[in-house]
Design a protein around this ligand. Structure first.
Ligand SMILES: Nc1ncnc2c1ncn2[C@@H]1O[C@H](COP(=O)(O)OP(=O)(O)O)[C@@H](O)[C@H]1O
Ligand SMILES: [Mg+2]
Length: 280
């Protein structure tokens, strides 16, 4: 009898929670990722697939482990156990530099912008363009204008404005623009609209869509289900450190999303998209 050939690509990795999701066709995959801080188990056996060029919303209650999860991806907290794959290859991210080198950019809640510097200075902070040993202000200014125009960030009046004088939405846009300056393929955003009003939120969500149109994947943490359902292609729900469900947004509605966020389960979501037996 002929031996059965091995399938060419991994199509059924252990515990993958989304239909058709696999390491091979994802930009980023986590498998069995666990993170403990002493007695606190912040992440328990997390499996996550982030498809390329799409918006994936990461949702969950306070303390569910969303921030720890993205900080793990970004190399701030190395996982206690588990694996990470980038474009199907196993990778080891030990620090933020490793993540940045892969093309992962993270925009944290505090944005880490300098209010007393202007937009151009913020964009190039720590990586200033020089010409004959002198800062190339003209080049940096032109590049900043070009990038903001590319991203359809149109409300900023002058790139020489101090960042401290910008609105919350504009500051968020500058932080995102700075993140994508270096050939990023995945932009992770932690609650980008949490402190914003309606029109500023719309600006930031438009920017999220724009990144995806440009082929950049976005992993977006949000508390706001309106934002999630207006902008996301995929959803991933965390509950008490467990990634309880993930899949295309069409499989969810606000009721099932709320159920998953609050209880970790929902009868309304196809069982193939829910990880069973996560208790304990
Ligand atoms: N640096 C840390 N040290 C110890 N525990 C932490 C640390 N960061 C987060 N945690 C704990 O991990 C859990 C998940 O937190 P977090 O990821 O911030 O939740 P959220 O989903 O609200 O972003 C919480 O119980 C939190 O207290
Ligand atoms: Mg958080």
């Amino acid at each position: 009898m002929e031996p059965t050939p091995e399938p060419p690509v991994a199509s059924s990795e252990t515990g993958g929670s989304g239909v058709g999701s696999s390491i091979a066709n994802s930009l980023l995959s986590l498998r069995n990722v666990t993170k403990s801080f002493g007695a606190v188990q912040a992440l328990r056996h997390v499996d996550l697939d982030v498809p390329p060029g799409k918006v994936t919303a990461l949702i969950g209650d306070n303390g569910a482990g969303k921030s720890v999860l993205i900080q793990t991806i970004a190399g701030i907290f190395p996982p206690s156990t588990g694996e990470m794959y980038w474009r199907g290859e196993r990778v080891h991210v030990h620090n933020p530099r490793n993540a940045a080198d892969l093309g992962i950019a993270t925009v944290y809640q505090d944005l880490a912008l300098c209010n007393n510097l202007d937009i151009v200075q913020n964009m190039y902070l720590g990586r200033e363009e020089k010409r004959h040993g002198v800062l190339d202000e003209i080049k940096m200014e032109l590049e900043t204008k070009r990038l903001l125009a590319d991203l359809s960030v149109t409300t900023v009046q002058s790139v020489r404005q101090l960042v401290g004088s910008l609105s919350g939405g504009q500051r968020q846009s500058i932080a995102v623009a700075r993140a994508v300056m270096r050939e990023s393929q995945l932009v992770i955003m932690d609650e980008p609209t949490a402190a914003l009003g309606v029109s500023q939120t719309a600006q930031v969500l438009a920017l999220v869509r724009k990144l995806s149109e440009r082929g950049i994947a976005v992993l977006l943490i949000s508390h706001n289900l309106n934002d999630v359902f207006s902008v996301a292609d995929y959803i991933a729900v965390m509950h008490l450190g467990v990634l309880v469900s993930s899949g295309p947004i069409a499989n969810y509605d606000t009721t099932s999303a709320v159920e998953l966020i609050t209880t970790g389960a929902s009868a309304k979501v196809p069982s193939s998209l829910v990880r069973a037996g996560h208790e304990g």
